[in-house]
Design a protein around this ligand. Sequence first.
Ligand code: ADP
Length: 301
Amino acid sequence: MRIAIISRNKNLYSTRRLIEAGEAKGHEMHVLDPLRCYMNINAKEPEIHMRGKELPQFDAVIPRIGASITFYGAAVLRQFEMMGTYPLNESVAISRSRDKLRSLQLLSRKGIGLPVTGFASKPNDIPDLIDMVGGAPLVIKLLEGTQGIGVVLAETRKAAESVIEAFMGLNAHFMVQEYIKEAGGADLRCFVIGDKVIAAMKRQAKPGEFRSNLHRGGSATLVKLSPAERATAVKAAKTMGLNVAGVDLLRSNHGPLVMEVNSSPGLEGIEMATDKDVAAQIISFIEKTAKAHKTRTKGHG
Ligand code: ADP
C-alpha cells in the first residue's frame, strides 16, 4: 500500500517508528507536513499539492496532527478523505477529541465513568461552582494546557478560590474537577487499536507531585488492566469515533474514570514501558481495515 503519515517532522519517534514498521511490511511510506500542503476545494476532483506538484493517490493516511495545528491539519486530512483515502482516525473524530468539554459531555452521555467535573469561564458564583463538584480538595485545569502545565491541586477552598480567580483574570477557560486522591499520583495510559487495548502503562508521579506526566518527572511501567479498565478504555475510544486512541484513566475506589482521550497518542513512552511493537500493530490494523471511500466524510464534508 501507499501510506501517508501527516506529521510536521519525520524525525519524531512516533513518525520514525511508523515509517519503519510500514516499510518492514513492504509498504511505501511518505511523510507529509500538513502545513506545506495546499488544496483546492472542488467537488469533482479534490487535489492536494505540495512543492508545486499534485500528490499521488494514497491508500491510507495516518494523521499525527499536533494540538497546535488541529484546525489546518484536520482540513488536510478531510481533503484526503474526500479523495477516498482511508484515514486511520477520521478528521471529525480528531476535532471532536480535541474539544475537551465536548469530549467529556459525549463520554458522560454514554455512561462512561468520569471524575465529577465543572466547566466555567467567568463564573459569578465561585463558591457555588466549588460546591457543585463537591468542595476542596479539587483539581483546576486550564483547558489549553498540555503535559500537566496548568493543572493545579487546590487543597483548600481558599486556595481553589484564588486559583479560579487567577484563571479568570487570564481570560482562560478552565475545568474544576474532583481530586481522585486514591489514584496515588498515578494514571493509566491505555493504547487502544480497534476494539482492543493492545498495550497499557502506569505512569507514576515523582514523590511530592500528583501529576504523573512523564514531562513532569513521572515514570512509566507495564501494567495489567482489569476487565473493567479495558472495557472503559475501548468504549471511550469508540464514543469518540477513534480507531486508535490513548485513553488516560484514573483508578478510583468506584472504578476506572476517564480523564482524557488522545487521538495522536505518542509511541515512545508506551513502546519503552511495555516492550511492544505498537507501530507494527497500527500498520497491521490498517492492512486489515483500509478500504477506499470508507469514511463518513466521503466528499460531503
Ligand atoms: P494534561 O492533559 O496537561 O496532561 P491532565 O488532565 O492529564 O493534564 O492532568 C495531568 C496529571 O494530573 C494526570 O496525568 C494525573 O496524574 C493528574 N490528575 C489530573 N486530574 C486529576 C484528578 N481529577 N485527580 C487526581 N489526579 C489528577
